[in-house]
Ligand binder design. Structure first.
Ligand code: TRP
Length: 434
């Protein structure tokens, strides 16, 4: 087998707010740590086109883009090592969005949780189902799919609420591949179980939409005040306290080592006063954020430097996106008329959809497989399991490039009842059609 391929990770943060402790613990800190792993390539970006769906305040979007970029950089993101860019600097992304729009069933988007929630809310209040629903909200999953598959990312670290979007991106990648050939790797969501979901001031998930956040780089006096506002119960100093369901304890745990957490657990049992526990939390957070604060503040005060870093990142990202987009344009028929336009139209839709196809999928064993099926859906070839979608894709590419080679049983097996000649014919048919 070929040497293990580099695994490409990609994730974005929507630029609608000021980064808070929840963003830091849930997205910024883990992505920075992940970007240092060997054998990975990391694409991290500021999703400002997505921000337009939720926010119509231009200055807020601009400010949030600066703040989130500064946070990521202050937390240790190395822009020489990570492809770090702003979504709206990559014009290929909205361009790909359109191509995907044309291969995506409206029904798929009707089922998106965020859109459905908006419609259900309207129905419940007796409004028109689509009242206040923009087409942007409806199209949110298509733009997100374009973000991901533009760079053929294998894995997408996200929160649980985003998993459906990644599933949809897979569907769109597969629909496009089915119609136009194998261009996209179907991406996968990765949920880091070790990453804490941080509660906010009121104990619900820390989120801008609940207005219960603690900004990451608030001035220390303000941070102290906000920590004092975290809900606790009314137990008096000296009374033992419960760690279960204590937002204060959970936030502490997200910053503390195992030993520190154990000590805090014991302090709760021994009846630490809430004011003292809050002081310890403040000190623990400050210990982690203080070293980043200087760099953060310097970047906020030098937006031109952040702009320069993002522009340099966009240039690297476009070095991937621009040639890939050219290939996709060609695949769908947006072509230079001087090359080949004189050729008669070869295939009508019926002929094209009656081609054999490679289908990629993942099994419960965690491995990535593919099979070659004929137009009636009969399996001709079955692959073994691969460690990544990319490896599977590479084998497909080489099978397609040289019909008849590589059928020796190391990577793929002929399906029962399928003849070798039949498979070679199917691969030739695919080669002719592309
Ligand atoms: N929708 C994501 C969020 O709100 C942000 C996002 C946009 C994203 N495009 C993406 C995340 C692509 C991962 C991959 O959290």
């Amino acid at each position: 087998m070929s040497s293990p391929a580099v695994i490409r990770y990609l994730t974005g943060i929507t630029t609608t707010g000021t980064p808070h402790l929840g963003n830091y613990v849930g997205a910024i800190r883990p992505t920075v740590a992940a970007s240092r792993r060997a054998g990975t390539e990391n694409f991290y970006f500021l999703a400002d086109y997505h921000a337009l769906i939720k926010c119509d305040e231009p200055s807020r979007i601009q400010r949030s883009t600066l703040e989130i970029a500064a946070c990521w950089l202050a937390a240790g993101l190395d822009p020489d090592h990570v492809l770090f860019y702003r979504q709206s600097d990559i014009p290929e992304v909205p361009e790909l969005t359109w191509l995907l729009t044309c291969v995506t069933g409206k029904g798929l988007l009707n089922r998106a949780h965020a859109y459905k929630a908006a419609v259900d809310k309207n129905a419940a209040s007796g409004n028109d189902p689509d009242a206040d629903v923009s087409v942007g909200l409806f199209m949110y999953p298509v733009l997100m799919a374009a973000d991901i598959i533009m760079f053929n990312a294998h894995r997408v670290p996200v929160g649980r609420d985003q998993v459906q979007h990644i599933e949809m991106a897979r569907d769109m990648a597969q629909s496009f591949n089915h119609l136009y050939g194998e261009h996209f790797v179907p991406p996968e969501a990765v949920i880091d179980e070790a990453v804490a979901m941080l509660p906010g001031l009121d104990g619900r998930k820390m989120s801008k939409s609940y207005d219960n956040t603690i900004p990451l780089f608030a001035p220390p006096a303000q941070m102290r005040k906000q920590i004092a506002a975290i809900v606790t119960d009314s137990r008096a100093p000296g009374e033992p306290k419960e760690v279960d369901g204590s937002a204060l304890f959970q936030i502490y745990q997200a910053f503390a080592s195992a030993d520190e957490t154990a000590a805090m657990r014991q302090a709760y049992a021994q009846g630490i006063a809430w004011a003292d526990a809050k002081q310890l939390l403040f000190e623990r957070i400050d210990r982690e954020t203080a070293p980043m604060r200087e760099r953060h503040d310097a970047l906020i005060n030098n937006p031109a430097e952040v702009e320069r870093i993002l522009k340099a990142g966009a240039q690297k990202a476009r070095a991937v996106a621009t040639p890939f987009m050219a290939r996709l344009r060609h695949a769908v028929g947006l072509r230079d008329l001087a090359t080949g336009a004189a050729a008669p139209v070869r295939k009508d839709k019926a002929a094209r959809t009656s081609l054999p196809a490679f289908k990629q999928y993942r099994e419960a064993d965690g491995h990535f497989y593919f099979k070659l099926v004929d137009p009636q859906g009969r399996v001709l070839l079955q692959s073994r399991g691969f460690g990544s979608p990319k490896e599977a894709g590479q084998v497909i590419t080489s099978l397609r490039a040289a019909p008849g080679e590589g059928l020796d049983g190391t990577q793929v097996e002929l399906a029962p009842g399928a003849a070798r000649a039949e498979i070679v014919a199917a691969l030739n048919q695919l080669a002719d059609a592309s």
